[in-house]
Design a protein around this ligand. Sequence first.
Ligand SMILES: [Zn+2]
Length: 185
Amino acid sequence: MILLSLLQFCKSLFYSSDNTLSENLGGIGAVIAHKITHAFDPNGSKFDEFGNIRNWWSKEDYNKFTELSQAEIELFDGIICGGLKTNGKLTVGENVADLGGLTVAVETAKKENGNLQELFQAWAKIWCGKMMPQFRKSIIAYDSHAPSELRSNVPAQCIGDFYQTFNIQPTDGMWLDPEKRVHIW
Ligand SMILES: [Zn+2]
């Protein structure tokens, strides 16, 4: 029974007909957009629409994309999490997909007159969890995904609407200087 309740709770975090549109966009919507964005991350971008390795980009677009992907690497390289330095290069594909996923969810909610506070809160909730420091250490050392608190916070910190929604100021902990915010799409 406890397991069933837990499964029900986890399911409603991502999607529920009882959730608002904005909550579902911050949950399953952003996750689906994350998956689609993988086709355009630094690895997926090397494949065409048939799954063949082929450069389909214009030179100018690909140079700009590479420049922005490098900015994403440098953003994560500068973060200390649990006393450890995160590895921007190891996690760049997932971080680019998180940024794309949340950006698409936010833009969709804006078109639908959604509630961005609900969306960002739903996005943060799907990354809630507990882990031992040793497990976090192994994630930072070997995993292509950043620790979950960074997956929640860093993409949001790159989106201007996040600052307006919660009235975040330069003295607040979540503030990221505009020149450090990465915008790819
Ligand atoms: Zn992914």
